[in-house]
Design a protein around this ligand. Sequence first.
Ligand code: IPD
Ligand code: CA
Ligand code: CA
Length: 276
Amino acid sequence: MTNPNELQIFLDIATEAAMAAGAVLREYWGKLDAVEEKGRPGDLVTIADKQAEATILAMLRRHVPEHAILAEESGQLGDRSDQYLWAIDPLDGTTNYAHQYPMAAVSVGLIIAGTPQVGAIYNPFRDELFRAAKGLGATRNRQPIHVSQTAELSRSLLVTGFAYDRHETRDNNYAEFCYLTHLTQGVRRSGSASLDLADVACGRLDGYWERGLSPWDVAAGVVLVEEAGGKVTAYDDSAFVLESGRILATNGALHSNLSRELLQVPPMSSWDQVVG
Ligand code: IPD
Ligand code: CA
Ligand code: CA
């Protein structure tokens, strides 16, 4: 087991890296000459993503050269099954960033023996820093945070997102979005999974679900939600599996209700009857 002192050191490294990368994002804001597509239509990458990632990698190499890294733009560096694996999203919310919609963050997570245990998420546009480490609590700008207490779906505000493969599969979250919009006070779509998790952790939002995610999108955020008193599982309330790409993260009070509804979402074709 990693002791609390070590976790604190790793949390400080994660924080330093996230804030340095955040400064890079601010530097390139509104100054992009080109925006590339990575593979799937709409899956964008910019010089800001690349430079922010290079900044984080340089910092990790300096502080923890023996650790493995999984970074969105560079891929796997070192052995994925290592005891210590950093999961890096240098710019979570690239589509927002490319459109100058200021909802984006740097997400730096540390997975220890397969479990996310340290996370720093920094939104340079609101100067908001979210930090958490297993057993050490969660903070926003160094002040403790806690999830909301909303226990009824009809009183809840949720958030979700849509993966870049949404044009290729019917398992694209559209039906879930419609159904939960119907049952709640609203479902937001921020375009930044790490900020969605941070917003659940600090009680602005009551729950979040999404499919098609990568480990770097959520590794830091799951630590935040858990340390803020929330719950993170698979859709069916079974143990969360980082590699599955599916997550249900809530304040805990809503968890079983939201899980149950996610498992009985009516098909899109039935919507004429539902609202008729
Ligand atoms: C995306 C964002 C978005 C989520 C997508 C992610 P990116 O990350 O987190 O909210 O819905 O699934 O891929 O591409 O901006 O780093
Ligand atoms: Ca991302
Ligand atoms: Ca990204």
